[in-house]
Design a protein around this ligand. Structure first.
Ligand code: EPU
Length: 417
């Protein structure tokens, strides 16, 4: 098992290049199935989750070529609509293949993803939407067998703006007849990116990024080239790293608009943040200030994926911060590990964390429970006294490309062991 060993207390300085977005890359790779042709996807991050998505594409019959951060998917000969349980288990978000397989083959057979480290994660909204589009779904023995003889457009009102459900509906619509209208759709930048890729393949999609998305179905999709947007969550992770360790860094390749929900939080904590064109510069204060009250919300609210890393930054703040997790029911599993490092955090009702800022954190042996929780431990370790060892870092490798190399370039003392 690989671990990260971090000697805290080194100030960060320099520039880091931001990776492409994991949460854009995954739905876009599954969308390649809906195209009968070749997709050239640039800025695709090198992550274990991306490798898992590519294995699924190969299983389905696509030909894959990976050249640095460019992935070429030829789906011309795709001929299977099943995803074996083993491949589904490698990555929970493979559920987004459901809509794509239905669009291409009118059938899909996958195992039910079930809950994961951060919560129950039901897919009821995905399934009820697909049923409304005239799909028959049989859920037995942990498997989902889906079939349709005529996928139809539908008016779908989501009870919650689920990112995955919005993506699955958009993907299924690529093979349906008639118009689909999604109301209360997710508005995340990754939804816009998926729509932009599909539009470059010839799809007609209006309103992505807003609450109502309108998709004119029945368009035959053709080969296209697309560049994935920068990863706003990894950008905020680097910001938290410098706020914890101290120093001044530049993050190159950002999209400033996507960071609008997080920049004010760092400013409230006393960081100086400026962004010009694609470069964001952040300078930490001597000691961060508390953030009185922060709640995670769907975009354009503060992202749940940045909750853990901001909490780690606030463990050493002047004063008391309160963070409410409103998206997932089990996303505080980093808290006991931060407490091992000397943080003073109290969790109330499982959803609210009260963080009393302490002057110092100390090194400890800690374990990642999930991707963002693992990153939070690295954030804390960079500002702690002594050598912290973080294990179970396969979680971090799912979403952060060469994390320790980027941090070393910024002056951190961090090593994979
Ligand atoms: N939900 C339901 N029913 C559904 C779908 C969702 O109750 O049918 C609930 C979920 O259980 C959760 C909430 O709605 O409590 C939000 O879920 P959503 O569907 O929006 O999330 P997701 O599509 O499963 C994506 C990201 C997550 C990110 C969330 C929220 C990908 C691959 N994953 O998940 O990213 O936290 O949106 O923004 O895009 C991560 O990158 O670490 C990560 C977990």
């Amino acid at each position: 098992m690989e671990k990260l060993a971090i000697n805290g207390g080194r100030r960060l300085d320099g520039k880091v290049m931001l990776q492409g977005s994991k949460n854009s890359a995954l739905p876009i790779l599954s969308a390649c199935v809906t195209v009968n042709g070749i997709s050239v996807i640039h800025n695709c991050p090198d992550l274990t989750d991306v490798t898992a998505a590519l294995k699924i594409l190969e299983h389905i019959g696509c030909r894959i070529k990976r050249e640095g951060h460019t992935v070429i998917v030829d789906s011309t000969d795709a001929n299977r609509f099943d995803i074996p349980d083993k491949l589904m288990r490698e990555m929970r978000s493979s559920i987004v293949f459901l809509g794509a397989l239905l669009a291409r083959f009118g059938a899909a057979c996958v195992s039910s993803p079930g809950g994961c480290e951060i919560g129950l994660r039901p897919i009821d909204l995905h399934l009820s939407a697909l049923r409304k589009m005239n799909t028959y779904i049989n859920e037995t023995g942990g498997f989902l067998e889906c079939a349709t003889d005529n996928l139809c457009g539908a008016d779908i009102n989501l009870a919650f703006p689920s990112v995955g459900a919005t993506e699955n509906i958009m993907l299924a619509s690529m093979g349906s007849s008639g118009e689909t209208v999604i109301t209360n759709a997710a508005r995340e930048p990754e939804i816009i990116d998926l729509a932009d890729y599909l539009k470059s393949c010839g799809a007609e999609i209006y309103g992505a990024g807003q609450s109502v998305i309108r998709i004119k179905s029945g368009k035959k999709l053709h080969s296209a080239e697309h560049t994935i947007i920068p990863d706003r969550i990894v950008a905020s992770t680097f910001m938290a790293c410098v706020a914890s360790a101290g120093g001044r860094i530049a993050v190159d390749g950002v999209c400033k608009e996507h960071l609008a929900p997080v920049i004010p939080v760092f400013e409230t904590a006393g960081c100086e943040v400026s962004a010009k064109r694609n470069e964001l510069v952040i300078k930490s204060p001597e000691r961060v200030s508390r953030v009185k009250s922060l709640g995670t919300m769907p975009y354009p609210g503060f992202p749940t994926d940045s909750q853990a890393i901001v909490m780690a930054m606030l463990t050493k703040a002047k004063g008391t911060s309160v963070i409410s997790e409103k998206i997932f029911e089990n996303r505080f599993r980093h808290v006991p590990e931060l407490i091992k490092m000397g943080a003073d955090i109290r969790v109330e009702d499982g959803r609210v964390a009260v963080i009393e800022g302490v002057k110092r954190l100390c090194a400890a042996s800690v374990s990642s429970s999930d991707l963002r929780g693992g990153c939070a431990l690295v954030v804390a370790a960079l500002g702690a006294d002594g050598k912290t060892v973080v294990d179970e870092i396969h979680h971090i490798d799912r979403g952060c490309e060469a994390f320790e190399i980027c941090l070393s370039q910024l002056g951190a003392e961090i090593k994979r062991e």
